[in-house]
Design a protein around this ligand. Structure first.
Ligand code: UDP
Length: 324
C-alpha cells in the first residue's frame, strides 16, 4: 500500500542506525515504507516501534542476492552497508559486495519503477584529504589497497555506478555524501567514537583516544542528517551533495567535552591510531545551504545528551552529572 502522501519508498538498510531514523521521518510525512535489511549490522529493535503499522513493511533480505519487493515503488534510498570502521573491517568482502552488487540491484529496482534513487555515499570518498574543508568538487585521496579501502572504494564504486546509470540509461538519481553522524540507536558495540566515548564516560572508564587525538571530525546529529537526505531526495539535484555538520572538533576536544558534559570521573588514554585514519574532516556545505536551504540545527551538547540517554537505556546504565 502507499502512505497518505501516495508515496511508497524502499529503504535499503532501513533497520540500521541511520536507516531507521529515515524510516521514521518518511512515515511521519505520510510515505509508506518498505524497510529491507539483512540485520548484519542493523538491529530489529531499531524499527520494533513500527511493528504492526499498515504503512510499514519489514523484509529480511541480503540485497546482494535480490531485493524482494512487490507492488509500486516511488523511491529507493540505498543506506545498506556497514558504516562503522570496526564493522566494515570485520566484514570486508560483504562491504565490497553490498556497495557493488547491492547498489546495482538497488538501481535496477528504482529504474524498473521509474523511481528516484538516493545513494548514501560518504565523506570517506575524500580519504585523508589535502583540501579542507572538503567540497564536492574535490576528488579525494584514498589508499586503494589499505584496510579502509573496502568501504571507501565500495562507496566510490557506488557513486560511479550511480552516475553511469544516469548517463547510460537516464536514471533519476542523487548522491549524498554523509559525514560522521551520531544519535540515538547507535549500537553500544558500534565502535565509533561517539558511542565509545559516551559509554566509557558513563562507566567511569578511560576514554580511548586513538593516536594523539589531534585528528578532527565534524559530527552531525542524526535527525538533522535525515532531514538533509530528505531535502536532497525531494530536490531535482544529482549531486553529489555533502550532508554534514561543519562544526569541527579534534578527537581530544570531543573526549573532554563528553567527560565535562556527563560530569564523569573518566580520564583519557591513548591507543594506536588505526591505519589510514583521516587526519581531518569537515564538510563544505555551501551547496546544501544554497540549493536545499538545509543546515544542521542541533547543538553538540543536546545531541550528545540524547545519544547518551539512548545508550544508557540500551545497556542499563544511569547517567551521572546534571541533565540539561
Ligand atoms: N576514535 C577514537 N577512539 C575511539 C573510536 C574512534 O579516538 O574509541 C577516533 C578515530 O581514530 C577517528 C575518529 O575518532 O579519528 C572517528 O572515528 P569513527 O570510528 O567514529 O569514524 P571515522 O570517521 O573514522 O569513520
Amino acid at each position: 500500500m502507499s502512505g497518505a502522501s501516495g508515496a511508497r519508498v524502499v529503504v535499503l538498510g532501513g533497520s540500521g542506525f541511520l536507516g531507521s531514523h529515515l524510516c521514521d521521518q518518511l512515515l511521519a510525512r505520510g510515505d509508506a515504507v518498505v524497510c529491507i535489511d539483512d540485520f548484519s549490522t542493523g538491529r530489529r529493535a531499531n524499527v520494533a516501534h513500527l511493528d504492526g503499522r499498515p504503512d510499514f513493511e519489514l523484509v529480511e533480505a541480503d540485497i546482494t542476492t535480490g531485493i524482494p519487493v512487490e507492488g509500486d515503488v516511488s523511491g529507493v534510498f540505498n543506506l545498506a552497508s556497514p558504516a562503522s570502521p570496526p564493522d566494515y573491517l570485520a566484514l570486508p568482502l560483504e562491504t565490497l559486495a553490498v556497495g557493488s552488487e547491492g547498489t546495482r540491484r538497488g538501481l535496477e529496482l528504482a529504474e524498473r519503477h521509474g523511481a528516484r534513487f538516493l545513494m548514501a555515499s560518504t565523506s570517506e570518498v575524500y580519504g585523508d584529504p589535502e583540501v579542507h574543508p572538503q567540497s564536492e568538487s574535490y576528488w579525494g585521496r584514498v589508499n586503494p589497497i589499505g584496510p579502509r579501502s573496502v568501504y571507501d572504494e565500495a562507496k566510490r564504486f557506488s557513486e560511479a555506478l550511480t552516475m553511469a546509470h544516469r548517463r547510460a540509461r537516464g536514471a533519476d538519481v542523487v548522491i549524498a555524501r554523509i559525514f560522521n553522524t551520531y544519535g540515538p540507536r547507535l549500537r553500544p558495540d558500534d565502535g565509533r567514537v561517539v558511542s565509545n566515548f559516551l559509554l566509557q564516560a558513563m562507566r567511569g572508564e578511560p576514554l580511548t583516544v586513538y593516536g594523539d587525538g589531534s585528528q578532527t571530525r565534524s559530527l552531525c546529529y542524526v535527525e538533522d542528517e535525515v532531514r538533509g537526505l530528505l531535502a536532497l531526495f525531494d530536490s531535482d539535484l544529482t549531486g553529489p551533495v555533502n550532508i554534514g555538520n561543519p562544526d569541527e572538533y579534534t578527537v581530544l576536544q570531543l573526549a573532554r567535552t563528553i567527560i565535562d558534559l556527563l560530569g564523569s570521573s573518566s580520564t583519557v588514554e591513548q591507543r594506536p591510531l588505526p591505519t589510514d585514519d583521516p587526519t581531518r574532516r569537515r564538510p563544505d556545505i555551501t551547496v546544501a545551504r544554497a540549493e536545499l536551504g538545509w543546515e544542521p540545527t542541533t547543538s553538540l551538547d543536546e545531541g550528545l545528551w540524547r545519544t547518551a540517554a539512548s545508550l544508557a537505556e540500551d545497556v542499563g546504565l544511569t547517567i551521572g552529572g546534571a541533565t540539561p
